[in-house]
Ligand binder design. Structure first.
Ligand SMILES: C[S@@+](CC[C@H](N)C(=O)[O-])C[C@H]1O[C@@H](n2cnc3c(N)ncnc32)[C@H](O)[C@@H]1O
Length: 246
């Protein structure tokens, strides 16, 4: 039984429009460039493939991509863009689902903070183990993840503003004991009405990711602040991390 929230039909139908900025070539191209390079011509597996934002353009570059995705409605959206032959997807939990070809993938990737959709430490560890299980020796596991902005919390406060623009306001709340995070989104519609949605996550640190990787038999190859390879610094709010299977 997964701790993840299951994305429903309405959320899936809105996903691409609300994530439009993340489909922009300046965001997507460097992501796909790096993943294509890291796959080294071998097959790739995307955990939590969603509507195929990254997996589909990667497959269009000639990298064979398989997906695992928990939400059937998200897969239905993906199927409006590509066939099962072009990008096969298994509906299931990325901590336990095993894709055909397990043990032969060059690359497993899990992008846009999605490891944090797993809301227990045990499941996050299991996710690293499942990634390692799918990789060939020398294959890579890549995640991109925000660095929890705990240093921006005022003493005694639990909320941090994450994005403040006219159409979309986001603030996160953090529980420092349980590492639970709730992301509160307020979207303003054209008619002026406001829609509120909350996503629940478990935040984790880069060093905690490394320990999970170690438990899964993976070792850190690189960590950057973004997909372009900028150095990861103490001020970075994001990391793209690459581990290799020994
Ligand atoms: C932020 S979206 C990212 C989708 C896509 N990778 C992208 O970059 O656009 C998070 C996705 O994780 C999926 N997800 C959440 N928990 C999951 C789980 N336990 N196993 C597989 N997919 C999961 C959700 O259904 C959703 O499609």
């Amino acid at each position: 039984m997964t701790s993840s929230e299951v994305w429903d039909e309405e959320t899936a139908a809105r996903y691409d429009a609300e994530a439009a900025a993340h489909f922009a070539p300046e965001v997507l191209d460097p992501t796909v460039d790096l993943l294509e390079r890291l796959a080294e011509g071998g097959p790739a597996l995307e955990f939590a493939i969603g509507t195929g934002r990254v997996g589909i353009p990667l497959a269009a570059r000639g990298v064979p991509v398989t997906g695992i995705e928990l939400s059937e409605p998200m897969v239905t959206q993906l199927r409006g863009k590509v066939t099962e032959e072009q990008v096969p997807v298994i509906v299931g939990d990325m901590t336990t689902t095993v894709a055909p070809g397990a043990g032969s993938f060059s690359l497993v990737f899990l992008v846009w903070n999605s490891i944090a959709n797993l809301r227990t430490q045990a499941e996050q560890v299991q996710c690293f183990r499942n990634a390692a299980h799918h990789l060939r020796p020398g294959g890579r596991f890549v995640i991109d993840l925000w660095v929890p902005p705990i240093q921006r919390l005022l003493p005694g406060e639990e909320a941090v503003p994450m994005s403040l623009d006219d159409e979309h306001l986001v603030f996160d709340t953090y529980d420092l004991v349980t590492q639970e995070c709730a992301s509160h989104h307020y979207y303003r519609s054209e008619d002026g009405s406001v829609r509120h949605g909350v996503g629940h996550f478990r935040y984790l640190w880069p060093s905690e990711c490394d320990l999970m990787a170690q438990l899964a038999g993976l070792e850190l190859e690189s960590r950057s602040a973004d997909w372009q390879g900028s150095p990861f610094l103490s001020t970075s709010d994001h990391h793209v991390s690459v581990w290799r299977k020994k």
